[in-house]
Design a protein around this ligand. Structure first.
Ligand SMILES: Cc1ncc(COP(=O)(O)O)c(C=O)c1O
Length: 498
C-alpha cells in the first residue's frame, strides 16, 4: 500500500471520534468555511497503519541507515540519551504559559543554554527563538537594522557577502530589505581584502560570512576583514553553520564578530533531515542585545519564600528593551534546544575534542580519496576544490575534469553513490567550485567507514559513463527530472483523491 488514499480498509475499522463531552456550541463557522460533504479519511487498523509508516521509512535514507556525507549539513549521529532527556515529563509536559514558579527547572536549562552558547561564541547575550539557521540570519540582520535606525544611520542599506556564501545569507539580508554587495574570493578561495576594501563605505550595514568558509577553509584574514568593516562603522555577522569545526578552539567573538547564529541542529544534536526541525539561536555583543526578540531567560536573586532549583537563583522571562518583536514563540523549537543541551552536557569541555575529530575525519577522508584515486588510476578525473593543504571539517572536489573528458557530472557521481548505499554529498555548492561535490563526514564516523567510503567513491568515479548517467537504479525512486519537478511543483493530494 503506497498511498493511504487508495486504502479504505474494512468497514467500521479504524478510529471513530468519540461523542463530545461538552454541549455543542451555538457559535458556527462562516458558511464558506464549512465543508459541504464529510471528509473522506483512509480507514486503517493499527497494524495496517504501523506497516504503512514502517514501509515508508524503509524507502528513505537517514543517518541511522548509512553514511551521510552531506557537506554543510553536518549530519552526525544523534545520541539516543538526548531523546530520553527531552521526553522526561517534567521537561516536555510543561507549558510556557504556566507561572514561573512551575517552570524553574526548565528555565534554568534554557538559561544555561543561553549562557553556554554566549561563552562558546564570545558573545554577550543569546536568544533561543529562531528555528533555523536561515531564520537566525534574518533575526540578527533585523537587530542590526534596528540598531542603526536607533543611531540615526538609516543610510546603511547594503550588506556585503563573499561569492562563496551560502545562499541563505543574501536571501536573509534581502528579506530584511538590504541590498547585497557580493565580493569575489581570492584564487585560494578566501576573502579578498582588496576587493572588500573597495566596496566599503558608510552605506554598509554589515558583512555576513562563515568561518571556516563554505570551501572548508579557515579565513586567516578574518581579523583584518573585521577591522576594515568596523572601520566604516559596519557590523560583522558570523554564519555559525560551520561552528562544528572551531567550537572550543576559537570563537567568533575573538575574530571580531558582533552577531552570530548557531545551527544547533548541526553543531550539537537534533535529527534534521528533510528540512527540519531545526534551531537557530543567535548571539550578539552587548550593543545589539536590546534589540533581540523576547522573551529571553534572565536570573535574579531569589526572594523569601521562592522555591528555587538552584540555591538563591530565580529564573524569569525578560523582554529586551528595544526588541524587534518575536520571530517565533518562547524558545522556538524547545525540544531541539533540549536535545542540544543534553548533548552539550555530556560533552562539556570535550566539545573541543569534538571539533578536532570533525576536522581530523574530514582531512583523513580527503587524503584517503586522493590516495585511492591515484592507486586506481582515476585521479585525473577530479581535482580538489580548495587549493590548500588542510581543510577544516569539510572539503570540496570538482568533477570538472570528468565532465570534460567523459561527460560525467557531479550529479552523475552523486547518483552513483546512492546505488552504493550512501547518501550523496552536497552537489553544486559552493558555486565558486565548478561541478562541485562537498563532503563532510563529521566526527561521529569510524575510520573503517571512511576507508570504505573512499574506496567506493573511487569505484563510482571509475564506473562507465553510461551506467552513471542511468543511476540510481537501486533506489525506490529513480532519477527524477529536477527541472520539470521544480517548474511544476505539486505538493497537494490530487483533488480526486480527497
Ligand atoms: C553555511 C550555511 N549557512 C546557513 C545555512 C542555513 O541553515 P538552515 O538550513 O538551518 O536554515 C546553512 C545550511 O545548510 C549553511 O550550510
Amino acid at each position: 500500500m503506497n498511498n493511504l488514499w487508495d486504502h479504505t480498509g474494512a468497514k467500521g475499522a479504524g478510529y471513530a471520534q468519540p461523542a463530545p463531552m461538552v454541549p455543542e456550541s451555538e457559535l458556527r463557522l462562516a458558511t464558506p468555511l464549512l465543508r459541504a460533504s464529510a471528509q473522506r479519511w483512509p480507514r486503517l487498523s493499527e497494524p495496517e497503519m504501523v506497516r504503512h509508516y514502517t514501509n515508508l521509512s524503509r524507502r528513505n535514507f537517514g543517518i541511522d541507515t548509512g553514511f551521510y556525507p552531506l557537506g554543510s549539513c553536518t549530519m552526525k549521529h544523534n545520541p539516543r540519551v538526548n531523546e530520553v532527556i527531552a521526553q522526561m515529563p517534567g521537561i516536555c509536559d510543561v507549558h510556557p504559559h504556566q507561572p514561573e514558579h512551575h517552570l524553574q527547572g526548565l528555565l534554568s536549562i534554557f538559561h544555561e543554554m543561553q549562557h553556554m552558547l554566549a561563552v562558546c561564541a564570545g558573545m554577550d547575550e543569546v536568544t533561543l527563538q529562531p528555528v533555523a539557521g536561515a531564520q537566525g540570519e534574518f533575526t540578527a540582520v533585523r537587530c542590526i537594522q534596528e540598531y542603526f535606525r536607533e543611531r540615526g544611520e538609516s543610510q546603511r542599506t547594503r550588506i556585503v557577502v563573499p561569492d562563496s556564501a551560502h545562499g541563505t545569507n543574501p536571501a536573509s539580508a534581502a528579506m530584511a530589505g538590504f541590498e547585497i554587495v557580493e565580493v569575489p574570493s581570492t584564487e585560494d578561495g578566501r576573502i579578498d581584502l582588496e576587493a572588500l576594501a573597495a566596496v566599503l563605505d558608510d552605506t554598509i550595514a554589515a558583512m555576513m560570512i562563515t568561518n571556516p568558509n563554505t570551501l572548508g577553509l579557515f579565513e586567516t584574514d578574518i581579523a583584518a576583514a573585521a577591522e576594515l568593516v568596523h572601520g566604516v562603522g559596519g557590523q560583522m555577522y558570523y554564519d555559525g553553520a560551520n561552528f562544528n569545526a572551531i567550537i572550543g578552539r576559537t570563537s567568533p567573538g575573538l575574530m571580531g564578530f558582533d552577531a552570530v547564529h548557531y545551527n544547533l541542529h548541526k553543531t550539537f544534536s537534533q535529527p534534521h533531515g528533510g528540512g527540519g526541525p531545526g534551531s537557530g539561536p543567535i548571539g550578539v555583543k552587548a550593543h545589539l542585545a536590546p534589540f533581540l526578540p523576547g522573551p529571553v531567560v534572565d536570573v535574579r536573586a531569589a526572594e523569601d519564600g521562592e522555591r528555587t532549583v538552584e540555591a538563591g537563583r530565580w529564573f524569569h522571562w525578560r523582554e529586551p528593551e528595544h526588541s524587534i518583536g518575536k520571530v517565533q514563540q518562547w524558545h522556538g523549537n524547545a525540544g531541539a534546544v533540549l536535545r542540544c543541551w543534553a548533548f552539550y552536557r555530556r560533552y562539556g569541555r570535550d566539545l573541543r575534542t569534538m571539533s578536532e575529530h570533525a576536522v581530523l575525519n574530514a582531512n583523513y577522508l580527503r587524503h584517503a580519496i586522493h590516495r585511492e584515486a591515484k592507486d586506481a588510476g582515476v585521479d585525473h578525473l577530479f581535482v580538489d576544490g580548495a587549493r590548500t593543504d588542510v581543510a577544516k571539517h569539510e572539503f570540496t572536489l570538482s568533477m570538472q575534469p570528468a565532465k570534460e573528458a567523459l561527460g560525467v557530472t557531479a550529479m552523475d557521481i552523486a547518483k552513483g553513490l546512492l546505488d552504493m548505499g550512501y547518501m550523496a554529498p552536497t552537489v553544486y555548492f559552493p558555486l565558486v567550485v565548478p561541478e562541485c561535490l562537498m563532503i563532510e563526514p563529521t566526527e561521529t564516523e569510524a575510520k573503517d567507514t571512511l576507508d570504505q567510503f573512499a574506496k567506493d567513491f573511487v569505484a563510482v568515479v571509475g564506473t562507465d559513463p553510461e551506467t552513471l548517467h542511468a543511476a540510481p537504479v537501486t533506489t525506490p525512486v529513480r532519477r527524477v527530472d529536477e527541472v520539470y519537478a521544480a517548474r511544476n511543483l505539486c505538493l497537494r493530494v490530487p483533488e480526486e483523491d480527497l
